[in-house]
Ligand binder design. Structure first.
Ligand SMILES: [Zn+2]
Length: 101
């Protein structure tokens, strides 16, 4: 025998039942289901929603890291350029032996 869970439509207020396995699936995947009057129903903050949010965050942080890495490369190039003109010690030498400057 199947178990059903009673739900209330947030749009029209009708009470309806959904099989518990299907209900659990919709909670996990965050996909739409419908009340008997055809109103969209959906569980928010499902694991699928969380995963989507995390993916977006990873994309955002990756873009920031790439931007910072680009800035670091530019600064290194500028230091190297200055180093050529002003110091007899090489840039690498000053990095490796900072106190002897
Ligand atoms: Zn409804």
């Amino acid at each position: 025998m199947r178990d059903f869970v009673e739900l209330t439509c947030c749009a029209c207020g009708i009470h309806f039942q959904l099989e518990d396995e299907l209900l659990e699936l919709r909670k996990q995947d965050g996909k739409l289901f419908y009340c008997p009057n055809g109103h969209n129903q959906r569980f928010v903050n499902s694991p699928a929603d969380e995963l989507k949010g995390l993916r977006e965050k990873v994309k955002e942080v990756t873009a920031e890291l790439e931007e910072k890495a680009r800035e670091v490369r530019e600064l290194k190039c500028r230091l190297l350029a200055q180093d050529k003109d002003k110091s007899p010690r090489s840039f690498l030498d000053r990095i490796l032996n900072p106190k002897s400057d």
